[in-house]
Write a protein that binds this ligand. Structure first.
Ligand code: ADP
Ligand code: ZN
Length: 520
């Protein structure tokens, strides 16, 4: 009989207890079952295949797309006395031959392989001549064509099931939406695989979403107030913005650097190494930064621009607080962000299905942003996980936003969009609602419309907030030509007819904090 999981956990890894469902997962694959493991980043996925690898004779093949991560893991394992090695294109011929021989001779417990290397006929042949006890497919969401990390080679990993039907497979990912889950099962595991879902809640992360006013200034005061001298990631939409933001923060005395895919690879590596090794560095980055970065003490992740979806938001914010200590996921967004993302989406060359899916994803994200109660049920619900709410730790729990019955205002705004011909942006619509007499309004004759000035009792900020929330809810949609005009969304009819009501968040008025007008 081989060693038990408990022995290995203690003797090899030096831990006293399994976390969450680790023990159950290990038992299942050690008995030859296939498994899909969905666990948030930092949850402890690696042990789920590292321990089974050591329980029986033979080698576990770990497929991972992240070369740097493979190297780190192999180093850590070797340090613990485990026979682990990497097979990838960075090896010199001699080392590669030696590693292959070690595999054939059964001297390896784990072998890490990049998917493109694994798929070569020569490698598959090598595996067929070796004794393999488990295939572990890490970052398994890369098989999803709808996801942002899609890797075509992952699709071809189905060959493992054909060529090695008797070897158990375990696929692991931190991306948990239903669709990705289904794709992984279909393509890599098969129906008989058992699915293990860990809780995706990250109780030490404080989620907050606010409105953009002066975004940089808001970011600066957030950093100064809550995270002076601490490490953080600031996600920006464009390369230019990462550079501008980093430069500006640096001017303000914050230690900040930029990172994006347009930088020379040496500079990029250097930025990444600095971020990992230095204390208290802020990195302003595009989404090119992050996958495979394992820095435990990132104290905040800030979004100056909306991420693409809730999954992206979850993944990106998940890089904060891996050490379990309090960390912030902070985001600001605005109406124009929403319009811009929607336009990019409509103008992209993606097929109709893909666009529809991305539209739905954006809508889900916006609903999360505008959510007026505890953020956790809204966030986790997206991954099919229930949460009782009232976490007491997110922005909405700590400072519940005021809501109001915006049904009447929504109807006014929607009819104004309709009467002006569904071609104008929010600014013009608000001008008409509040009864402005600009040259443009006169020229267009919009001051003669029945909706002109019907909203003059309400201030412009509130109207902008109504427009934004209508857009977030999909009651307004940008025109497909991308001129920034807004049209009625498909489901606003009930609202227009007064058959449903709508509650909206009341935005904190920006002037209320500093100006002296708020005496009442
Ligand atoms: P993931 O791959 O899910 O992001 P890792 O496997 O890298 O997570 O594990 C995250 C951290 O948690 C690692 O430092 C790991 O050593 C630690 N860890 C995993 N399982 C346990 C456990 N049972 N007890 C203590 N620490 C653990
Ligand atoms: Zn909460």
């Amino acid at each position: 009989m081989g060693p038990t999981p408990e022995d290995l956990l203690r003797q090899v890894f030096g831990y006293s207890e399994f976390r969450g469902r680790q023990r159950e997962i290990i038992g299942h694959v050690a008995e030859g079952g296939h498994a899909l493991v969905l666990m948030p980043t930092g949850g402890g996925k690696s042990l789920c295949y590292q321990i089974p690898a050591l329980m029986s004779a033979g080698t576990t093949i770990v497929v991972s797309p992240l070369i740097a991560l493979m190297r780190d893991q192999v180093e850590a394992l070797t340090h613990n006395g485990v026979a682990a090695a990497v097979l990838n294109s960075s090896l010199d011929a001699e080392t590669r031959r030696q590693t292959e021989q070690d595999l054939l001779d059964g001297r390896l417990d784990l072998l890490y392989v990049a998917p493109e290397r694994l798929l070569r006929q020569s490698t598959l042949g090598l595996l067929a001549r070796s004794r393999i006890n488990l295939f572990a497919i890490d970052e398994a969401h890369c098989v999803s064509q709808w996801g942002h990390d899609f890797r075509p080679e992952y699709l071809k990993l189905g060959v493992l099931a054909e060529r090695f039907p008797q070897v158990p497979r375990i696929a692991l990912t931190a991306t948990a939406d239903e669709r990705t889950r289904g794709e992984i099962i279909d393509r890599l595991l098969g129906e008989q695989a058992k699915v293990f879902v860990a809780s995706f809640d990250r109780p030490n992360i404080r989620y907050s979403v606010g409105l953009k006013r002066n975004a940089r200034q808001q970011l600066l005061s957030f950093i100064r107030r809550k995270h002076p001298g601490q490490s953080g990631i600031v996600y920006c939409f464009s390369r230019r913005k990462t550079e501008e933001t980093a430069a500006w923060l640096a001017q303000q005395g914050i230690d900040a650097i930029a990172y994006h895919a347009g930088m020379e690879s040496g500079d990029r590596q250097c930025a990444q190494d600095r971020f990992i090794n230095e204390d208290g560095l802020v990195i302003c980055a595009t989404i090119a930064f992050g996958m495979g970065i394992d820095k435990p003490d990132v104290r905040f992740v800030a979004h100056l621009d909306l991420p693409k979806s809730i999954e992206s938001y979850y993944q990106e914010t998940g890089r904060a607080g891996r050490d379990g200590l309090p960390a912030d996921a902070w985001m600001v967004y605005s109406l124009s962000d929403v319009v811009r993302i929607r336009q990019l989406l409509e103008q992209s060359s993606a097929g109709d299905d893909q666009k529809k899916l991305e539209r739905e994803r954006l809508e889900a994200l916006l609903a999360y942003c505008e959510h007026a109660r505890c953020r956790r049920p809204a966030l986790l619900g997206y991954f099919g996980e229930a949460h009782p709410g009232d976490c007491g730790y997110c922005d909405n729990c700590q400072e519940p936003p005021e809501t109001w019955d915006a049904t009447e205002a929504a109807r006014m705004a929607l009819s104004c969009v309709y009467r002006t011909g569904q071609r104008f942006g929010a600014g013009h619509v608000v001008d008409v609602l509040t009864g402005k007499t600009t040259e443009r309004i006169e020229q267009l004759g919009h001051d003669r419309l029945s909706t002109w000035a019907i909203g003059r009792e309400t201030d412009r900020n509130t109207w902008h907030s109504v427009m934004r929330q209508l857009l977030a809810a999909g009651h307004l949609v940008p025109d497909p030509e991308g001129h920034g005009g807004l049209r009625l969304g498909p489901d606003c009819r009930d609202l227009l007819r007064g058959e449903t009501t709508i509650e909206m968040r009341r935005d904190a008025v920006p002037s209320s904090r500093k100006s002296s007008t708020k005496k009442t």
